[in-house]
Design a protein around this ligand. Structure first.
Ligand SMILES: *[C@@H]1O[C@H](CO)[C@@H](O)[C@H](O)[C@H]1NC(C)=O
Ligand SMILES: *[C@@H]1O[C@H](CO)[C@@H](O)[C@H](O)[C@H]1NC(C)=O
Ligand SMILES: *[C@@H]1O[C@H](CO)[C@@H](O)[C@H](O)[C@H]1NC(C)=O
Ligand SMILES: [Cu+2]
Length: 163
């Protein structure tokens, strides 16, 4: 029983390591400012433009208060522009792994926060040029993969916490 559990934990760690890659970096959205209503609507695009993201990197979204904000992935630039509100949202402290080249569109779906600039485009594999970005199908088709990676990371963190 114990060794079986150990085997499962090992496989999970290997899978996450492979997904994250050897040189994966973690970025905290907005750095010390965090993920909240920004001072202006270019705040998060300025932040993302200042980074070079690579496959395997992940972005950690953090804020104070459980339901003050959330983070959700929308699947296209059109949904991003119109501040769509998908049903699946994540709470503070969850990191989102960038598993493919392409663009990821993150929004907060609470009230009108997205309209106030609480949204961000993250582009992997090419310089972030917000005016040139089209939604790449790879980014949206990878959202399930990154969800799985996020869940695995969460499971492992939980295991380490309880061991
Ligand atoms: C947006 O706010 C940030 C942080 O206060 C500031 O550095 C930046 O210059 C502002 N940008 C614009 C366009 O006002
Ligand atoms: C992702 O983009 C980078 C830079 O354009 C490229 O070197 C790399 O091969 C791409 N990876 C995949 C899996 O498409
Ligand atoms: C960004 O994309 C736009 C539209 O395609 C283009 O006109 C502009 O030159 C690009 N900027 C950079 C820095 O590549
Ligand atoms: Cu919000």
């Amino acid at each position: 029983m114990g060794s079986k559990m150990g085997l499962i934990v090992c496989s999970l760690i290997i899978m996450v390591t492979l997904l994250k890659g050897a040189t994966a970096k973690q970025y905290v959205a907005g750095d010390s400012f965090g993920w909240t209503i920004p001072p202006n609507t270019s705040f998060y695009s300025d932040w993302a433009n200042s980074k070079t993201f690579q496959i395997g990197d992940d972005i950690l979204f953090k804020w104070n208060g459980t339901w003050t904000h959330n983070v959700a992935k929308v699947s296209s630039r059109v949904e991003y522009e119109s501040c769509a509100k998908p049903g699946l949202v994540f709470l503070s402290g969850i990191s989102h792994v960038l598993t493919n080249n392409g663009s990821y569109f993150f929004v907060c779906t609470v009230d009108n926060h997205c309209d106030l600039g609480m949204k961000m485009i993250v582009t992997v594999g090419s310089p972030t040029n917000v005016s040139a970005i089209n939604d790449l199908s790879s980014a949206s088709s990878s959202s399930f993969g990154s969800l799985v990676a996020t869940l695995l990371s969460t499971i492992i963190v939980s295991l380490f916490t309880y061991v």
